[in-house]
Design a protein around this ligand. Structure first.
Ligand SMILES: C[S@@+](CC[C@H](N)C(=O)[O-])C[C@H]1O[C@@H](n2cnc3c(N)ncnc32)[C@H](O)[C@@H]1O
Length: 252
C-alpha cells in the first residue's frame, strides 16, 4: 500500500472513532494513568509541555488535573479527534510523519501515549522529538511492542491465515541511538483483555479506530477459522495480550 493511502486510511479510521473513543479506550486510559504517576515523580522545569498523537486529550487532561497551571499543547493529524479536546486547550492539527511543527521548541515535557507505532519511522521520529527538549527535559512514550498479540499470531500460524494486525516496534530499536545517561526509564508491562469471542475482540479494535491494516479484509470463512482456533479460556472466551513499553528519555 502506498504511504499516502496508508496515512489517509489511518486518519479516516481515527476520525470515525473520535466521537466514541473515550468510551472504549480502556488500555490507553490505563497507561495514561501510569504516565501521570511518572510525571508526578519528576522535577520538571519551566518550558512548553506537549502531547503528541493526543487524540481526544485523554492523557493531556489527566496531566492537567494534577498540574493545573500547565496548558498542554495537543498535536494530532485527526481533526475530529482534536475537536473532542476541551475548547480552552491549545491544539495543533499536524502530521507527525513530518516531524514537529516549527513553532515547537524548548519543551520541558513531551508525552505520547499509543501513537508512535502509527508513524512511518518511529526511531527517527523519536530522535526528532528528543531534539526539541530543553536541557533537563523529559520525553515519555508508551506503545505496544512486537511481542503483543501472541494468541492472534499463533492462531494465524495454525490456520495459515495472514496476520493482519500491525507490526509493532521493537523496544530496543526505539532507544538504540540514545546514550545510557539519556535513558531514564524503560519497562514492559503485560495487559490482558478478555472478550466473549473474536468478533467482539476485533470490534474493540475498530471502536478506537485502530483497525487500519495493510492486509486485505478477512473473509467470513477466515474469521470463522480464527474464532475456532483462537485459544479459549475456561468460559470459552478469548484473551488478547498486549506488551506495552513505557520509556522515559531525559536530555542532559
Ligand atoms: C490510539 S490513539 C491514542 C490517542 C491518545 N494519545 C490516547 O492516549 O488516548 C492514536 C492517535 O494518534 C494519532 N496519529 C496517528 N498517526 C498520526 C500522525 N501521523 N500524525 C499525528 N497524529 C497521528 C491518531 O489520530 C490518534 O488520535
Amino acid at each position: 500500500m502506498k504511504k499516502n493511502i496508508w496515512h489517509e486510511t489511518v486518519k479516516k479510521n481515527f476520525n470515525n472513532a473520535s466521537a466514541n473513543y473515550l468510551s472504549y479506550s480502556n488500555i490507553q486510559k490505563h497507561f495514561a494513568e501510569k504516565i501521570v504517576s511518572f510525571v508526578k515523580g519528576l522535577n520538571i522545569q519551566k518550558g512548553e509541555w506537549i502531547d503528541l498523537g493526543s487524540g481526544t486529550g485523554l492523557l493531556a487532561d489527566e496531566i492537567e488535573k494534577i498540574f493545573s497551571k500547565e496548558n498542554i499543547t495537543r498535536i494530532d493529524f485527526s481533526k475530529k479527534m482534536l475537536l473532542q479536546n476541551k475548547d480552552s486547550s491549545k491544539k495543533i492539527l499536524w502530521d507527525l510523519n513530518n516531524g514537529l511543527p516549527p513553532s515547537i521548541s524548548k519543551c520541558s515535557l513531551i508525552t505520547s501515549n499509543f501513537c508512535i507505532h502509527w508513524l512511518d519511522d518511529p526511531e527517527k521520529i523519536i530522535r526528532g522529538w528528543f531534539s526539541k527538549l530543553r536541557s533537563g527535559g523529559y520525553l515519555i512514550i508508551s506503545y505496544p511492542t512486537i511481542n503483543s498479540f501472541p494468541e492472534w499470531k499463533q492462531t494465524c500460524k495454525e490456520t495459515n491465515i495472514e496476520y493482519s494486525g500491525l507490526t509493532f516496534p521493537v523496544s530496543r530499536d526505539i532507544i538504540q541511538s540514545f546514550n545510557s545517561d539519556e535513558i531514564f526509564f524503560s519497562n514492559k508491562y503485560l495487559y490482558v483483555e478478555n472478550f466473549p469471542n473474536v468478533y467482539k475482540l476485533f470490534r474493540s479494535i475498530v471502536n478506537v479506530g485502530a483497525q487500519s491494516s495493510k492486509c486485505e479484509r478477512k473473509k467470513v470463512h477466515e474469521l470463522k477459522e480464527i474464532q475456532k482456533y483462537w485459544p479459549k479460556k475456561a468460559t470459552n472466551s478469548v484473551n488478547l495480550t498486549w506488551e506495552i513499553n513505557i520509556q522515559i528519555l531525559k536530555k542532559s
